[in-house]
Structure formats: C-alpha cells, structure tokens
Design a protein around this ligand. Structure first.
Ligand SMILES: *[C@@H]1O[C@H](CO)[C@@H](O)[C@H](O)[C@H]1NC(C)=O
Ligand SMILES: *[C@@H]1O[C@H](CO)[C@@H](O)[C@H](O)[C@H]1NC(C)=O
Ligand SMILES: *[C@@H]1O[C@H](CO)[C@@H](O)[C@H](O)[C@H]1NC(C)=O
Ligand SMILES: *[C@@H]1O[C@H](CO)[C@@H](O)[C@H](O)[C@H]1NC(C)=O
Ligand SMILES: *[C@@H]1O[C@H](CO)[C@@H](O)[C@H](O)[C@H]1NC(C)=O
Ligand SMILES: *[C@@H]1O[C@H](CO)[C@@H](O)[C@H](O)[C@H]1NC(C)=O
Ligand SMILES: *[C@@H]1O[C@H](CO)[C@@H](O)[C@H](O)[C@H]1NC(C)=O
Ligand SMILES: *[C@@H]1O[C@H](CO)[C@@H](O)[C@H](O)[C@H]1NC(C)=O
Length: 636
C-alpha cells in the first residue's frame, strides 16, 4: 500500500519521463489489409483515438494508453493460471481495435482467449493521490494485472470500468497485463453479443474481441467523484446523484454555463448523494437547436467537467393519439437503424472523423435521429449526437439470437438464457442505463429486439425489466419489445415490417402485433431495400457475397432504389396523416458485410439516396406529423 506522501515522492523521482508524451513501441505493427477499407483506414497510424474519452466526467490530468501493445492468442481459460509477467508477447496489436479487424494488425478468427501487455509511466506532475486505470470497453471479460498483481476483473463487452491501481504502482515503468476472454456465441455461453457471431451470415456479422475502446489513466484526489447521474429538464430543474469514493456527505459546487453565447451561467451549492436545483429560463435542447450547457463540479480537491442539455421527454395524448413528446410537443422520430460497424475496425470506428461522417450524412439526408442497434458506442459518439441534435433510441445488445441447439436425444430447442444468464443480462441492462442516462440525445431505451434472447414464458420478463429501467431512469421512454413478441409492456406499440411500413395502422403482418392505441405507434424497422454495388465497395468475403441474395428486395438500378424509397416513405407519410404513426426507422445507415441496404456503402464511399428527393420525402413526414399536432384537425 502506497501512502499519499510516498506517492508524491515517488512521482518526484520520475520527473524526466513526464516531459515526453507516451510513445508506444510500434515494432512489428502494421494494418492487415481488410476485406474492404475506408477513406480513413490508412490514416489511423499508431496513436488511435487521441481524444479525451469520457466527456461526462472529465479530469484534467490524464494520459492515453492507446497505441501498439503486445498480444498473444491462447487456446483456453487455463492461460489465466500463468500470467506472462515480464515477457514479450508474441505479436503487436493496436489498442483499441477488435482482434478480428484489419486495423488490429492481427485480423484473427476465434480470438476467444488473449493476453495483452503494455507498459506506462505515471506523469510526474500529477497532483492527485490516486491513479485510476480506465477501460472504455473490453469484449467480453477482462482480468487486469499491474506489476504482477491482480488489479481487477470486469464482465460485459460494452461498458466502461475503472480500477484504482494506486497501491500497485512502482516508481519507474509499470507493466499492464490484460487477459480478455470473449466466447461470443460459442456454447454454452448466452451473453449480450448483439450482431456478433463466430459464424457470420447475412444479417449477423464478424465478432469483435478484446480491448475495443480507449484505455487511459487519470489522477484523482483521495476523495473523488465516482459516478455522476444528472438530468436537466425543460423547466430548468437539474437533478441527480453524485457518488464519491469516500462515500460520505460532502458539499459540492456545481456551475452551469451555456455553451457559445446563449447567456450567463450560475453556481449552485449542493451535497453528495441526491441533489436538485433550478436554473432560470434555460435555452432548451432540441434537434433544431441543440443547446448544451457546460458543467463544472468541485468537490474538495476534485474538479470535473461535464455537460447537459435542458429537455423533457414524455408521452401524452395529442388529438386523441398517444404521442412521444419532446419539451411538451409531439416530435416525429425519423431515423435509421444504425449498426455501427466498420470494414476496417468492425466495432471500433477508424477515427472520430469517420464516426461523425455517418452522423453528418444522416443529418444531410434529413433524419433527426437514429436507433443505435444492439450495440453501445464510445462516449464520444453520444456527445457528437448531443452536439448535432440527433435523437437516439438506444438498444440493449441482445443475447444469442434465433439460434437452435440439438440435444443428445435429437430434440432441437431454441437457445434461451437460463436463470443465471438472464440475471446477468439484467445486470448489464442496468449498467447500460447507469452509464448512459446523462446524454440529452437519448430519448428511449430498447430492451428486446425481435424476440432475440427474449424468454416467452408467460411471466414475460419484459414487464419486470421495464419496471427496472423506469426506476433507474424515469426521464425517458421505454420500447420493451421492438418487433415480434409484444405482450403490452413499455411505451411503444412497435411494428417491424419489410419493405413497407405498417405504422400505427389498422393493418399488420402476422409476425407482429396489431397497433395498440394505448401506446405510441412506431415503425421500429422498415425499408431495408437493397441495391448491389461493384466489388470495390463490397465486403470481399465470398460467404458474405453469397448471402446478398437474402436481401428482402434488390433494386437493380439506383434510380429504381430511389423510386422505391420514395414510395415507402410516402406510405409512412400516409400512415402519419391518416393513422397513428409517430416515427419510423429505416434499415439502415450503411451496408454491412453481406447486406447492401445502406444509405452508404460499407466503405462509406458511395451514397445511395437522391438527396433532393429524400430531403423532400422526409420533410413531408415532419409536416404530416405537424398537421396532426393541431387539435383542430380531424382524425380519419
Ligand atoms: C520494441 O518491441 C520489440 C518487440 O517486443 C522489442 O524487440 C524492442 O526491443 C522494443 N524496442 C524498444 C525501444 O523498447
Ligand atoms: C487463436 O486461437 C484459437 C484457439 O483458441 C484458434 O482457433 C485461432 O485460429 C487462433 N487465431 C490466431 C490468429 O492465432
Ligand atoms: C518483473 O521484472 C521486474 C524487474 O526485473 C521485477 O522487479 C518484477 O518483480 C518482475 N515481476 C514479476 C511479476 O515477476
Ligand atoms: C455508502 O454508504 C451507504 C450508507 O451508509 C451504504 O448503504 C452503502 O453501502 C455505502 N456504499 C459503499 C460503496 O460503501
Ligand atoms: C429431450 O431432452 C430434453 C431435455 O432433457 C427433454 O426436455 C425433452 O422432452 C426430450 N425429448 C424427447 C423427445 O425425449
Ligand atoms: C443465393 O446465392 C447462393 C450462392 O450463389 C446460392 O447458393 C443460393 O441458392 C442463392 N439463394 C437464393 C435464395 O437464390
Ligand atoms: C452482387 O455483386 C457482386 C459483385 O459484383 C456479385 O459477385 C454478386 O453476385 C452480386 N449479387 C447479387 C445478388 O446481385
Ligand atoms: C390548424 O388547423 C387549422 C384548421 O384546419 C388551420 O387553419 C391552421 O393553420 C392549422 N395550424 C397549424 C399550426 O397547422
């Protein structure tokens, strides 16, 4: 155990090291040519994701550990019994990246068990008593060692975790060793995986294993803020909870200042634990005017920066129809199904510019949001949506979908979670909400997608899970089941249908449920029309190319694809004017592997929509919705 004084002395001895930025040893690393590249693949270099990774709880003293690390593939969990301390692991790897991606420099398959190593020095000018080690996300389990001692363990491939490594540090170079175990959909595991599969086919894609978001260290005082839950509403009320490492009541100063020239700020004295105060007449956050407020929180020696947006999400009856409301008004949600996959980085976008290119393209087409589909992104993605005024429907990554298992007596059963797997799904759902409930752009949570991993025993777990999510976050809407098995839970009556929509309408397909007027009618998925492209824009993997013919509809020319887009959007417009449609989600933002139904191709080099036409068709949806916001218009 290192005392604060000893630690300060220890830092004084390493002054020399801190003058230089951290340089990783890139010996042996090069990008492996992926089956398809993007305009950014060869710009990533060996200092990926240099941006500050946690904008909602930002401390000034931090150091990025991203870069080239060493890696070693293993064949079983037994490898954990003999950690390779002080050894040079077999190959170079780029952190963060998926081990299956070209950018990793590994581009392996079946990367179920891996050792990673790197070394770092703690900057000498850090003033805090503690050094915290942060991981943005490691898929699926991470066991972490610092200088030969276990620093911690985390389970869950989509979520951040922080380890206090102060007592494990030495005065010179520190060795960091991480074991990553990622079973994806191998038996007997039933874990949140989203679209990942060890056997990719059409709508299911190559998996992502290992450290796929930023790794970094920061300095914090002995009593520091561990968790900030903060919500700001349309009436100016700011409320939430501040948790600290000392877990004792302490006074806290919170300043709230509008970004840009939106007025002056204010300072408020509160205490740790639950707090609440009011800001006079704030400028509200909305897609048309995404005003954000900077927040500074001072607690003793700890000072963190954050931000928020003042807005209220609710539901209400407008002209006899259940509607989603933003700041008290009906808002029509028009977004894409957003998979967040990259041919060069898989789960990890090559860089910030690439990540926001998708978002800018969606805005340019006229969308006001997106459904983040059974994946969770880096914090910087949510911040970009907050800044750009994009509304988000955030899915929980689903458990193994649509898979069967053949028992020894030859009975074929559908794989569903057992009680402990279901409990772990629930625990990770809670983590999803707790780590993301501060982002103004998120307006709704999705628990189950198309019945994937959804237990259909008549206790219907989505009811209990909806209550749980509501308790953790009463400020947003809940889409308990998007598509398939709807037993009445949550705020939405959500239909999936390809290619044409059936949104809040008196017609529905046999796989989904009829529109339920006691909840909000939305089209959780539609469109999905395909248009094949030449090989230089395709994921050049024969098994994927062979599945292109599983697309619901292929339009043989771009003109035909745009014409079909026009017809399908016009149907959604009719359903908005005539019936009870409150939003639509078009499948999808980009092509992925064997799917050729994107706004953009998988390499992001080719945009399908005729912008003029799509702008007009999507504007017509907002106009149709606005016409239904008027209580003097009669219902059909
Ligand atoms: C960089 O890494 C390689 C491979 O582990 C090693 O042989 C070499 O000595 C390292 N170079 C430095 C400067 O540490
Ligand atoms: C990694 O190890 C697994 C066995 O666990 C093996 O199937 C796979 O081919 C290996 N991959 C690489 C890139 O070495
Ligand atoms: C690694 O090497 C250093 C320097 O020789 C030594 O102090 C340390 O004990 C070694 N760690 C382990 C776990 O053997
Ligand atoms: C913090 O204190 C509260 C109240 O004394 C207690 O219930 C809780 O378990 C403590 N939490 C931690 C992390 O120590
Ligand atoms: C096969 O085994 C399963 C699990 O033991 C059992 O539930 C099922 O009834 C058996 N089926 C037949 C046809 O025996
Ligand atoms: C799709 O293409 C593959 C590969 O060419 C072929 O084996 C398969 O039969 C085709 N399926 C359909 C539905 O046409
Ligand atoms: C799509 O295009 C690729 C590349 O030109 C071709 O190999 C494949 O057969 C096409 N598939 C379909 C279904 O058109
Ligand atoms: C509401 O409907 C009335 C009657 O149709 C019309 O005169 C008015 O312009 C509408 N207002 C809006 C905001 O659409």
């Amino acid at each position: 155990m290192l005392s604060c004084i000893a630690y300060t002395l220890l830092l004084a001895g390493t002054a020399q090291a801190a003058l230089l930025p951290r340089q990783s040893n890139s010996t042996g690393y090069s990008v492996k040519t992926p089956p398809l590249d993007t305009p950014w693949t060869y710009k990533v270099g060996t200092n990926p994701w240099p941006e500050y990774p946690r904008p909602l709880l930002e401390r000034s003293q931090w150091q990025n550990l991203n870069g080239v690390w060493r890696h070693q593939n293993e064949s079983s969990l037994d490898a954990l019994n003999s950690p390779p301390f002080n050894q040079t692991l077999q190959n170079a790897v780029l952190v963060p990246s998926c081990l299956e991606s070209g950018l990793s420099g590994v581009q392996g398959e079946y990367m179920l068990y891996s050792w990673y190593s790197t070394s770092f020095r703690v900057p000498s000018d850090w003033s805090g008593d503690k050094v915290l080690l942060n991981f943005g996300a490691v898929d699926y389990e991470a066991t972490v060692y610092v200088n030969g001692q276990k620093a911690g363990f985390n389970r869950g491939g989509y979520f951040a975790f922080t380890l206090d490594i102060t007592s494990l540090l030495s005065s010179g170079t520190n060795e960091l060793l991480v074991f990553a175990h990622d079973p994806t959909d191998s038996d007997p595991y039933v874990i949140p995986i989203g679209k990942q599969t060890l056997r990719p086919s059409h709508i299911f894609y190559r998996p992502c294993s290992g450290i796929w978001q930023s790794v970094w260290i920061e300095s914090a005082p002995s009593n520091y803020i561990t968790e900030l839950n903060l919500n700001a509403d349309m009436d100016g009320k700011v409320s939430g909870t501040i948790s600290t490492s000392a877990n004792a009541s302490t006074s806290v100063e919170i300043s709230v200042t509008p970004q840009g020239d939106a007025g002056s700020g204010s300072t408020h004295q509160v205490s740790t634990g639950d707090f609440s105060f009011t800001v006079d007449s704030p400028q509200l956050w909305s897609p048309d005017s995404p005003t954000l407020y900077d927040i500074t929180i001072k607690l003793g020696q700890d000072e963190v920066k954050s931000y928020t947006g003042f807005r209220t999400v609710s539901r209400g009856v407008i002209d006899g129809v259940e509607r989603p409301l933003l700041n008290g008004e009906f808002i029509f949600f028009m977004g894409t199904l957003d998979q967040g996959y990259w041919p060069d980085g898989l789960y990890t976008p090559p860089n910030y510019e690439a990540m926001t290119y998708d978002l800018k393209t969606l805005k340019q087409i006229g969308y006001n949001g997106l459904r983040k589909h059974i994946k969770v992104e880096t914090d910087l993605f949510y911040k970009a949506c907050d800044e750009m005024g994009l509304l988000l429907i955030q899915d929980m990554p689903s458990l193994r979908p649509l898979q069967d298992r053949t028992l020894s007596n030859c009975t074929v059963e559908t794989i569903v979670p057992d009680a402990s797997q279901q409990a772990e799904f629930q625990r990770q759902l809670e983590v999803l909400i707790k780590q993301h409930r501060n982002y103004p752009s998120i307006i709704a949570w999705v628990i189950y997608n198309e019945g994937w991993g959804q237990i259909t025993d008549p206790y219907y777990p989505e009811f209990g899970l909806t209550d749980l999510v509501r308790e953790l976050d009463p400020t947003r809407l809940i889409d308990a089941t998007t598509g398939w098995y709807d037993h009445g839970a949550g705020d939405f009556s959500d239909n999936h249908h390809y290619a044409n929509p059936q949104c809040g309408a008196p017609f529905y397909s046999i796989q989904s449920s009829p529109y339920d007027p006691s909840r909000i009618g939305i089209q959780g998925e539609f469109g999905g029309i395909g248009h094949n492209v030449s090989i230089e824009h395709l994921w050049n993997v024969q098994e994927a190319i062979d599945t292109i013919n599983q697309t619901y509809e292929i339009d043989t020319t771009l003109a035909a694809w745009n014409y079909r887009g026009h017809l399908l959007l016009s149907e959604l417009e009719d359903q908005t004017k005539m019936y009870a449609c409150s939003g639509g989600i078009w499948t999808q933002t980009t092509d992925v592997e064997g799917e050729v139904n994107g706004m953009l191709t998988y390499d992001r080099r080719f945009l399908r929509p005729d912008l003029k036409q799509w702008n007009a068709d999507i504007s017509a949806l907002y106009d149709a919705a606005a016409s239904r916001s008027n209580s003097s218009v009669k219902l059909f």
